[in-house]
Design a protein around this ligand. Structure first.
Ligand code: PMP
Length: 286
């Protein structure tokens, strides 16, 4: 079935959903994006995603040509028009068309694109048994070059890092920051469990501050599980009791091995399973 895509102010058939080859989003990866899950026909944590989109845009000096409320309306309309009950929304804002040069002053007509689709999930075995990870040699962006807090259209180093993971037979890969500390995975945040407490790298470690990460931190605190946001080395993961990833698409998924070292018992741990369950309840409105 053909999808209806919002582009250039209208919902159109996907075959007509096109942007100019002169759009700086295409020419330079000059733009921002969001990925949002739809559960029961509703975009999950919509306001937080829309706020992060506008913060990313502000940081790269991109003015989005509609209000945050209008954006939320367009997302919900696109979800409904495609009859999506459980799925995924990709929200993209490009810089718009310009010259072949870098100057953003000549650009015009930023494009807001909203795609609502079904979602491709990791295989169920990974949720059952946990995943194995390797560390990519490609590091996260240096925050002084391009802040990892910006969800920009320029995802090349994450793409290359992910390919290092898939070459090694993993669906994800761990990325370090420019100091050699643990940052996050290519599209997911990382947590460990140590002596009954959660630990995850802070925003200053050079991460995208994930919305699922925030929901899981809240969930843990509500359940009386302490959460520490502190710098981490790979040694902390190798020696952790449990490890898991969080992300819009992945939700919560256990990690049982990193770089050939077995983490904890080598099975998804009890706190991880409690949070997987708790997050599922949150998304299913239970
Ligand atoms: N880190 C990176 C680099 C990401 O692209 C994402 C989003 N896929 C995440 C973490 C997870 O963030 P969220 O929970 O908001 O999806």
């Amino acid at each position: 079935m053909s999808r209806l895509v919002f582009v250039n102010g209208n919902l159109v058939d996907e075959a007509q959903a096109t942007v100019s080859v002169f759009d700086h989003g295409l020419l330079y990866g000059d733009g921002v994006f969001e990925g949002i899950r739809v559960y029961g026909g509703h975009a999950f944590r919509m306001q937080e995603h829309v706020e992060r989109l506008y913060e990313s845009a502000l940081s790269i000096r991109l003015t989005i040509p509609m209000s945050q409320d209008e954006m939320a309306g367009v997302v919900q309309d696109t979800v409904s028009a495609n009859g999506i009950t459980d799925g995924y929304v990709r929200l993209v804002v490009t810089r718009g068309t310009g010259t072949l040069g870098l100057d953003l002053r000549g650009t015009d007509n930023p494009q807001v694109i909203v795609i609502a689709d079904k979602i491709t999930l990791y295989p169920p075995e990974l949720y059952e048994n946990g995943m194995e990870l390797v560390t990519a040699s490609t590091i996260r962006n240096h925050p002084a070059a391009l802040s990892p807090r910006i969800k920009s259209l320029n995802y090349l180093n994450n793409i290359i890092a992910k390919s290092e993971g898939t070459d090694a037979g993993s669906v994800e890969a761990l990325m370090l920051n420019h100091k050699g500390e643990v940052a996050e995975c290519t599209g997911d945040n990382i947590f460990i469990v140590q002596n009954g407490a959660l630990r995850t790298p802070p925003p200053e470690a050079g991460i995208l501050v994930g919305i699922t990460r925030g929901a899981v931190i809240q969930l843990a605190r509500d359940e009386g599980i302490p959460v520490l946001e502190t710098a981490m080395e790979r040694h902390d993961i190798y020696t952790a009791d449990e490890c898991f990833l969080t992300g819009t698409a992945a939700e919560v998924v256990a990690v049982v091995k990193l770089d050939g070292r077995t983490i904890g018992t080598g099975r998804p741990g009890p706190i991880t399973e409690r949070l997987m369950e708790g997050f599922r309840a949150l998304t299913r409105g239970a």
